[in-house]
Design a binder for this molecule. Structure first.
Ligand SMILES: Cc1cc2nc3c(=O)[nH]c(=O)nc-3n(C[C@H](O)[C@H](O)[C@H](O)COP(=O)(O)OP(=O)(O)OC[C@H]3O[C@@H](n4cnc5c(N)ncnc54)[C@H](O)[C@@H]3O)c2cc1C
Length: 365
């Protein structure tokens, strides 16, 4: 099995397959887990989850119940702690509250409305307005550590071969199948190929004359060092969020920009993110910005990932297009990809993610 792309999706897919006894090779164009999977914030929930389709909710719910075990397993096996913090998500300034409450009831997700006094009990420093929505079971994960732990776990597996700085530059086709994958002067034979190239998956598919609507969506973030303790929980308001880490650092995210593959952080975004952070938590006005960066999310229509076999290509598969939710969706998405490849009973209904379904939806528009 050959996997193209060594972000969280590629490595978790590799691990799922290797744990079932499959020989896996992963080709990564740069260093492992240094693109979106490193750049992201690590909230283990979609932002405003009720605004997503049932397809996204199904994967997110499965993953949320799996993350605690996965995180513990990785820590035990590698000694690297992905720092899963299950401290809840506080959502301020929501104007579609009833939709949120209806969604929570339909999917049995813990979510309730709380008043300003209750907000202050949870997060004393937060600027209150008209109460908040509270999701006590939502977690966050330190995604760069998750990436390090996944990589270390893959390195431990005798049946995974990892190749860094090995960009895929072409495919060899024989009898309607992908027979090999080219990386510069190297050629790797493959019985099955899985595209896990994140924001670059659309570009990669063009080598096979396939048009996939997966495009880069830039997101800029800051990390702040604060003098006083900031927040304990993830706090979201007007599309911007604060994510506390175990060592006291505070992440602020994020922008949403359609600018191709440009990853340059911009001063205007830095100021806007800092201002949003201060609006949520006024005491941050004296915080120091330690780092400012951007990553490229793999944007796809409705944020629904593409998981399954490419129509017309018996040995070409895809697990990509997770947009803003690749970290939360990863365990379910990669598990489902492995279920389909190994002909196991799928852990969630695969229909909404299948490339054929997604292409039909696009053609009907
Ligand atoms: C600012 C920001 C905040 C985010 N916050 C969250 C969050 O809080 N929660 C959440 O769930 N998600 C979040 N996300 C989204 C999440 O990070 C992504 O959906 C997820 O990381 C996608 O994983 P991936 O493995 O598909 O992509 P990537 O991590 O980008 O990995 C793809 C890999 O493929 C490699 N590649 C590309 N082309 C080739 C080629 N030709 N040959 C070989 N290798 C190739 C790339 O180098 C890259 O390493 C955020 C993203 C950003 C940018």
């Amino acid at each position: 099995m050959l996997i193209i792309g060594g972000g969280v999706i590629g490595l978790m897919t590799a691990l799922e397959l290797a744990q079932a006894g499959v020989q896996v090779r992963v080709l990564e164009q740069g260093a492992f887990v240094k693109e979106a999977s490193w750049a992201g914030g690590g909230i283990v929930s979609p932002l405003y989850p009720w605004r997503y389709s049932s397809a996204v909710t199904a994967l997110a719910s499965w993953s949320q119940s799996a993350y605690s075990h996965l995180s513990q397993e990785l820590k035990t096996a590698t000694g690297i702690d992905p720092e899963l913090r299950q401290k809840g998500l506080l959502i301020l300034a929501v104007d579609d509250e009833q939709a949120a409450l209806d969604w929570a009831q339909q999917y049995q997700r813990p979510l309730c409305r709380i008043n300003n006094e209750q907000v202050k009990v949870l997060e004393p420093g937060i600027a209150v307005g008209h109460g908040a929505l509270w999701m006590p079971e939502v977690a966050s994960i330190r995604n760069p550590r998750l990436g390090q732990a996944l990589l270390a776990r893959c390195q431990q597996m005798a049946n995974i071969q990892l190749h860094e700085h090995s960009a895929v530059t072409g495919f060899c086709i024989a009898n309607g199948l992908v027979s090999a994958v080219e990386s510069g002067s190297q050629s790797y034979r493959a019985e099955q190929v899985v595209l896990c190239a994140g924001a670059w998956t659309g570009q990669l598919a063009q080598f096979l004359q396939l048009a996939l609507p997966i495009e880069p969506v830039k997101g800029q973030m800051l990390v702040l060092q604060t003098e006083q303790p900031s927040v304990e929980r993830v706090v979201l308001g007007r599309g911007r969020y604060l994510i506390p880490r175990n060592d006291g650092l505070l992440l602020v995210g994020s922008t949403l920009e359609y600018e191709g593959f440009d990853k340059t952080p911009q001063e205007q975004a830095r100021q806007s993110l800092f201002q949003s952070a201060c609006e949520l938590l006024p005491s941050l006005d004296k915080a120091k910005v330690l780092h400012h960066w951007a990553g490229l999310r793999p944007g796809s229509p409705n944020g629904i990932p593409w998981i399954g076999q490419m129509p017309g290509w018996h040995n070409l598969h895809i697990n990509a297009g997770h947009f803003r939710n690749g970290l939360v969706l990863a365990p379910a998405s990669c598990g489902l990809m492995a279920d389909l490849l190994l002909q196991r009973v799928p852990r969630v209904n695969p229909a909404p993610y299948q490339p054929q379904t997604r292409l039909n939806e696009i053609n009907q528009k």
